[in-house]
Write a protein that binds this ligand. Structure first.
Ligand code: HEC
Length: 119
């Protein structure tokens, strides 16, 4: 009897923990806005230097020359592994993002957000 109760309790705790850790596109949007939008946004901040003030968006506009959206959030082709590799390892003008800045679980949330409309 006692054992059954303990096992049932553990099952509930485990479910709760897993629920909290499931990647969330909504949380990903919040993390993305903080850490990625300054370079990858659609619109440069008012009073700034225009499009050139968005290094990510302007670099991707040149890189894909209209074949893919320059704004990262409009892409539907980004593979989770690619996003993770670029965020942790950097890519040309893009700096690495440390785990003390964006944790692994926050990166999972960003990936859930950026792949939400993938084909
Ligand atoms: C300091 C500016 C900056 C920040 C902050 C930044 N990026 Fe980037 N990112 C860039 C630049 C510049 C490139 C283009 C690299 C190149 O020339 O290929 C890029 C490229 C990328 C690419 C590759 C896209 C492709 O098709 O080649 C991904 C994915 C990406 N960034 C994701 C992110 C995510 C997610 C974040 C937030 C955690 C982020 N970036 C934050 C500047 C930035």
């Amino acid at each position: 009897m006692k054992v059954t109760i303990v096992v049932a309790g553990l099952a509930i705790l485990t479910t709760a923990a897993l629920g909290q850790n499931a990647p969330s596109a909504d949380t990903g949007k919040v993390v993305f806005d903080k850490w990625c939008t300054p370079c990858h946004g659609a619109v440069a901040p008012a009073g700034g230097l225009g499009d050139g003030a968005l290094p990510g968006t302007s670099a991707l506009r040149v890189k894909y020359n209209g074949e893919l959206p320059a704004v990262l959030e409009e892409r539907t082709d980004l593979a989770p592994e690619f996003i993770e590799t670029v965020v942790r390892g950097g890519l040309f003008g893009m700096p690495i993002t440390r785990k003390t800045e964006v944790s692994d679980s926050e990166l999972e949330d960003i990936i859930a957000y950026l792949t939400r409309s993938n084909n």
